[in-house]
Design a protein around this ligand. Sequence first.
Ligand code: ADP
Ligand code: MG
Length: 254
Amino acid sequence: MSAKYMLTVEDVSKTYDGFKAITDLTFYLFEGELRTVIGPNGAGKSTFFDLITGRAKPDKGKIEFGFDTDLTELNEYEINRLGIGRKFQTPSVFTEHTVFNNLVLSLKGSRGVFASLFNRLSSTDRDRIDELLKLIRLDGKRGWKAGQLAHGEKQWLEIGMLLAQDPKILLVDEPAAGMTDEETHRTGELLISLAGKHSIVVIEHDMTFVKQIARDGQVTVLHQGRVLCEGKFDAVQANPKVREVYLGRGKTHK
Ligand code: ADP
Ligand code: MG
């Protein structure tokens, strides 16, 4: 069997009041791949995630999950339930709940808030949460209220909350925004450790971070809603078209 695409996006377009946010976009994601998507502000990166997750519907084109699940016919909730988790740029954690309970509330299978917090957790769930706490390096802060965490830690908690749902595909939008260099580096390590088990798309601006996580993998450059080029980090960075629209401007940000 040939390698399987987790995600197939073909000839997808999306306009908003005549403005072409995404035009004829084609994109394939392999199972277990960690893909980085870069591009200047307004390139259509977040819209691309909106289209995959059902937040927006394409005007035309194909978006499929696995071999043949047509995502364009499903709503946001159904797509999430299939195993496609998205992390928005700003963290949305339950600030008044502990780190531990934030993870409990996110566990797969909707138990409802009351049942989640007041019923005894199964040992399997408890083990899973312990594992997640170590992974996101918040083991020592499991009893802290999420609102007390530093910005970077909140982002990790939210990644942990996504992982608690055991997603097949993780879509992560600018995770390093607002992070310190050290937090950014740790975030990179976390994402690298998740690849293989999950198929991941990371949108990012910070080139040091992109270089760290892209390693030998593919980087996709979006510009004005189209794929400008795709390739390994070094090739992309050296591409004159990319330099002109993106890198040439220096470290464009946020
Ligand atoms: P990026 O994430 O690459 O910075 P976006 O995908 O957020 O870019 O936006 C691409 C373009 O599409 C922008 O010009 C933006 O204003 C427009 N756009 C995105 N979503 C909407 C929307 N819901 N309604 C109208 N315009 C939108
Ligand atoms: Mg964006």
